[in-house]
Design a protein around this ligand. Sequence first.
Ligand code: UT7
Length: 325
Amino acid sequence: MSTIRAVAIGCGHYLPKRVVENVEFEQWVETSDEWIRARTGIERRHFAADGELTSDLAYHASIDALNDAGIEASDIDAIVLATSTPDQTFPSTATKLQAKLGIKVGFAFDLQAVCAGFAYALTTANSLIISGQAKRILVIGAETFSRIMDWEDRTTCVLFGDGAGALILEAQEGNGSNEDRGVLSCDLNSDGTYNDILYVDGGVSSTQTTGVLKMEGQEVFKHAVKKLSSSGEAALEKIGLTGQDVDWIVPHQANLRIIKKTAQKMGVPMERVVVTVQDHGNTSAASIPLAMSVANKNGQIQKNQLLLTEAIGGGLAWGAIVLRW
Ligand code: UT7
């Protein structure tokens, strides 16, 4: 049966120039390269320069994705941008990006689901395409988490980085089977009773400050392995598939131990998991499109392969998407 699918036609990313190796943190807090590598898999991350905004990172990633797709910015009719570190409280970073790209038609908006932001953005963009609201959507995850770090808290400041990734989805006709290219299944979840294990201690209506990130790492870790694998399995089950059918997991890049345990639970060997956490750290909503773009450029993920992406973050909010590349 003929059906509309949201198919990825271009993918890109951008990382700020400044690379911060683990050893740099030894000057600021009581930590070590060995501890960070062993507990997280992170070796380095990128930090935005002073004055470099989330919308700037998003702009460069978008240009990379447009070039990859071989289309112009004017061919885009909607922008969905996932971020928890917007340039300003308002207007949306998506409309700032729209202006930077010179787009004057269509619509653009931000979406906030912290580290699960890209899974939520992809699901939203997929629905917009299926319902005929837009034909070509730029879906972006862009973050400057270095701006919300507590530089005296060694349990969090070593974990995060800045960056942006972009995916262009286009409405294409499929036959309704799992062999179609595009988004095949989505599974979103949240549970606000866990607000207090991962949050920022400031905000517009509460403190009128930006605040800094606070996390109960071990608690989040336990939820992550369980919820990511069950959401991944739920997304696959909706279309009658299992971990065996997946060519690549493109997971949220927070901690290599979480990535390994989750893949193991789903029965997917690490040879079929995209890992970039060593070079990017946790870039929140940017982590999945960044990993996708890196894996696309280095030839790991190939056209027509089956991808599973999964992410979890503050909320807690989590989800998984199955798409054929
Ligand atoms: O993207 C959003 C989702 N976020 C996540 O998925 C993060 C989930 N959590 C994690 O990745 C891990 O829990 C962490 C990497 C945050 C921490 O790893 P852990 O193995 O759970 O360590 P821990 O919190 O149990 O801490 C073990 C020890 C503690 O010392 P004591 O109490 O045993 O003496 C910490 O104080 O390691 C200490 N520690 C550090 N030591 C050196 C914590 N941070 C550091 C550090 N350097 N940076």
